[in-house]
Unconditional design. Structure first.
Length: 424
């Protein structure tokens, strides 16, 4: 077979590898691999082929069987492959063994997600969080460098220069981690101050699986101009916009990073600052791409991550998106039975958005308590009580009564949200 000649600028040619373990079905693993393919494409790779092996449990040395790895190694050299991507997390030793056998770079799903995050991080906050997650991921994997080094120095004994170097590397990484943590705390504090200034408003956060259409919905409702892409993790930051639901009720809507299955723990931990808006929201709007072949599994993953973030108690609104692309309308009927509270929309085609606005209005209004007071105007009491209204009262002196509607914040009774006056 002829070797393919390429320039450096061309995308990396990669092969995906998955294992069907005990208790897993083939379609499940195939679905995970097609998601892995979407992740790989998002990070700019060309997917040349996919290898799947059925085995009850992973091989400690190679994750898949040695025979399979040899088959892949042969494929790699014939097809000029640069990169192997495994769907499951590999141990540092497994990565090393597979790299040695195939002679090319080997990464797992976590490393791939971290790579995309690094690629898409735009704000300072996102960049700091991604670097922190990367360092936490690579710290236990620093042994690899030591192994290479120890080979150079002969690899005799455990107290050689290799280990000294490794200790230095680790110390530097730890220093960088604590520096980044401090930086992040400062950013978190600034955001906290900003949030407190907006505290009087009801807050709803768009959450959901990556690519569900959260940013599209954000833009449709608020003209926010958040970047929308048919890519995974297009959004890594949090955008907050005001959304006026009627002349008297405005809420805050936030759009943030999406979730994915096997979301690395380092990422969830590092992204607390980005997720703060969701963590403190009054309402979580869970956006689901109803056209995805396995949207139920995605809903489950999102719920699991919300559990991990201790957000399972929070009020939630389920929104099935992309109904414009749905061919099977039967599905909507089924889902209506299962989730009577859920809404069906198309963020892209602006279908069902008025329903959504109404629901948000009702939910936001639940936070307030309304009190009506009738004042006898002729006795002139109102002027003394409510000075700012005195001027309006002068203009309509023939009216009999003045009705005041006072809107309190339930959480904080002394805080009056709004007063409206009417004569009758
Ligand atoms: N047909 C259709 N496509 C939609 C709809 N809403 C979003 N999309 C498409 O779905 C893709 C993802 O949309 P985004 O709004 O970026 O999704 P997201 O949830 O913000 O994704 P991440 O930020 O990557 O987590 C884009 O290609 C959108 O054009 C919809 O209602 N109908
Ligand atoms: Mg987005």
């Amino acid at each position: 077979m002829e070797k393919i000649i390429r320039t450096d600028k061309q995308p990396e040619r990669c092969v995906l590898v998955g294992v069907i373990q005990r208790g897993q079905s083939r379609w499940e693993v195939e679905d995970h691999l097609s998601e892995l393919a979407a992740l790989a494409r998002t990070s700019g790779a060309d997917i040349i082929d996919t290898f799947i092996q059925e085995r009850p449990s992973p091989d400690p040395a190679y994750f898949i069987g040695k025979g399979k790895i040899e088959e892949i190694a042969e494929y790699v050299s014939f097809n000029d492959i640069d990169l192997l991507i495994f769907d499951d997390e590999l141990s540092p030793a497994q990565v090393r063994n597979i790299e040695n056998l195939t002679g090319i770079k080997v990464i797992d799903r976590t490393a791939l997600i971290l790579d995309i995050f690094a690629l898409h991080a735009r704000t300072n906050m996102a960049k700091v969080q991604v670097e922190l997650a990367q360092l936490n991921y690579y710290l236990p994997r620093l042994t690899r460098q030591w192994q290479h080094l120890s080979r150079q120095v002969g690899g005799i004994g455990t107290k050689g220069p290799g280990e000294t170097q490794l200790e230095t590397d680790r110390r530097l990484v730890r220093q960088r981690i604590s520096h980044l943590k401090e930086k992040l705390e400062k950013i978190a504090h600034q955001n906290e101050v900003q949030r407190q200034q907006r505290q009087e408003l009801f807050r709803a956060a768009l959450i959901g699986y990556t690519n569900a259409g959260k940013s599209t919905l954000m833009n449709a409702l608020t003209n926010a101009r958040v970047l929308i892409e048919d890519q995974l993790f297009a959004t890594l930051d949090t955008t907050v916009r005001r959304l006026a639901l009627n002349p008297t009720t405005t809420i805050l809507l936030s759009d943030t990073v999406g979730f994915i299955r096997k979301l690395p723990h380092h990422l969830v931990a590092s992204f607390q600052t980005t997720l703060a808006e969701a963590i403190e929201a009054d309402l979580l709007i869970h956006v689901v791409d109803v056209t995805h072949p396995h949207f139920e599994a995605q809903v489950k993953t999102v719920n699991q991550i919300l559990d991990e973030l201790h957000l399972n108690e929070k009020k939630r609104l389920l929104v099935f998106n992309k109904v414009d692309r749905l061919k099977n309308h039967h599905l909507i009927d089924q889902l209506r039975l299962l989730h009577p509270e859920a809404l069906f929309i198309s963020a892209a085609r602006h279908i069902g958005l008025q329903h959504l606005r109404n629901r948000l209005l009702n939910l936001a209004e639940e936070r307030y308590e309304i009190e009506q007071i009738r004042l006898n105007y002729q006795r002139g009491a109102a002027e003394h009580l409510i000075y700012p209204l005195a001027k309006i009262l002068e203009k309509s002196s023939d009216e009999q009564y003045l009705y005041l509607t006072i809107k309190y914040d339930k959480a904080n009774k002394s805080k009056i949200n709004q007063i409206t006056a009417k004569y009758r």
